[in-house]
Structure formats: C-alpha cells, structure tokens
Design a protein around this ligand. Structure first.
Ligand code: FES
Length: 220
C-alpha cells in the first residue's frame, strides 16, 4: 500500500529535536569516520519511536511517525543533503511519514495469508473499527494498513501491530485483540489459537522427549 507523504502538510511540526543526545551520538559512532550517513536508518527509527512515545501520552493519542523536521535534523546531524534522508525514508515501508494511530495495524494480504482467510480478517477490522483500510479511527487509536508478506506465512493469517506479530487469526480473535488493545488489557503476542510458535497445528511431530518436558501436545 502506498504510504501517504506530504512534506508541506499542515500537520508537519516546525521543529524536531532528539531527546536522547547520548543515544544519537552512540548510533553515529557505530560507523567509520566518513561513513556517518549509514546512521540514517537507525536515526529515522529513533525519531519515529520518540514521536510514538510522545503520542502514547497525548490526548487523543497517536503513533510513531517521522515529520519532515526530523528528517531535516538527521540530515544536519549527518552533514548530508536532506533529500538523501527523504530518499531512504520514502523507500522503506517501516517508516511512517504521516500521522498514524497509536496502534498501526498492518494486515498481511499476500497469497498464504489470503488463502488462509486474510480477507475476513481485514473485513473484521474494518467493520469493527468503522474505518476503511488506509484510515485512522476518530479516537486516534488505530490505523489500518494493508501490507505485503511479513514472513510469518506458516502462521497465516497474521497482522503486525506496532512491533508485534499476531498470528493464526480469525475474525473473532482479531476483534477481541482490537478490543483488548483499546481497553488497555494485556494481549498475547504470536499465535492466537493456542499453537506453540510455528509448530504443526496437530502438535509436536519430532523431539518427543523435549515436547514431554515442556508439556507440549504431541501429534497423533
Ligand atoms: S503471506 Fe502473510 S506473512 Fe507471508
């Protein structure tokens, strides 16, 4: 899904400053002299996380994204043209360049997830939250986004919410997950159907002794 980018939008703040100067210095110091531009990606990530921390405490809340002022500040710190930072930030899907909800729900709809029912999961999200894919709920809690394969196909269908994967979803477990997040309840990361990691659905098929020790159900 194409990410919204508008460097001159009204929502862009005038200024951005990193709060943790020591962390910025540590990131830049990871790279050899003359190669400091390699710090662009981790600094973009740091900026997005800082905005997300501010947003989590705001009313209404918002999630992590990277304002143009942050990209300009990174360019200044690394002594490179701002366009070099814009190029990186606009290329990678993990950087949000416009405001998002506190919880960014990235719904995978690539073939394995599609075959396992991702269309129903997407519909459950849209119906339950009352927004379409690409939109943010009025309370600032959720943004829905459709994405390509996130590499957890064995546990399809799945979504990524902020830094976490939620897998083996059904429309019902998806709606419960959204409710729990909204209500601040504890949520279980990973498979939502009781499966252990990416083990066969019927239970362990090998390493029986280990499975016994860990109390994991065995197949057959
Ligand atoms: S197709 Fe959805 S995680 Fe790979």
């Amino acid at each position: 899904m194409k990410k919204p980018v508008d460097l001159n939008a009204a929502y862009q703040p005038e200024h951005f400053a990193f709060r943790d100067g020591a962390k910025v210095a540590e990131i830049i110091s990871r790279y050899p002299k003359g190669k400091q531009r390699s710090a662009t990606m981790p600094l973009l990530d740091l900026a997005q996380r800082q905005v997300g921390e501010d947003g989590a405490a705001a009313k209404p809340p918002y999630g992590g994204w990277i304002p143009r002022a942050a990209m300009d500040e990174i360019a200044r710190l690394l002594d490179i043209p701002a366009v070099k930072v814009y190029e990186v930030a606009t290329f990678y899907s993990m950087y949000n360049l416009a405001p998002v909800g506190k919880y960014l729900v990235q719904m995978c709809t690539t073939t394995p997830c599609m075959l396992c029912g991702s269309a129903n999961v997407v519909k459950a999200c849209e119906d339950h939250l009352g927004v379409h894919t690409g939109e943010t709920t009025a309370d600032g809690m959720f943004t829905l986004m459709e994405v390509e394969c996130l590499g957890a196909c064995v546990n399809a269908p799945m979504v990524q919410i902020n830094d976490d994967f939620f897998e083996d979803l059904t429309p019902e477990s998806m709606k419960k997950l959204l409710d729990d997040l909204k209500n601040g309840a504890e949520v279980k990361v990973g498979p939502q159907n009781g499966r252990v990691s990416s083990m066969a659905l019927g239970g362990a098929t090998t390493l029986s002794e280990k499975a016994d020790k860990l109390g994991i159900k065995k197949a057959g």
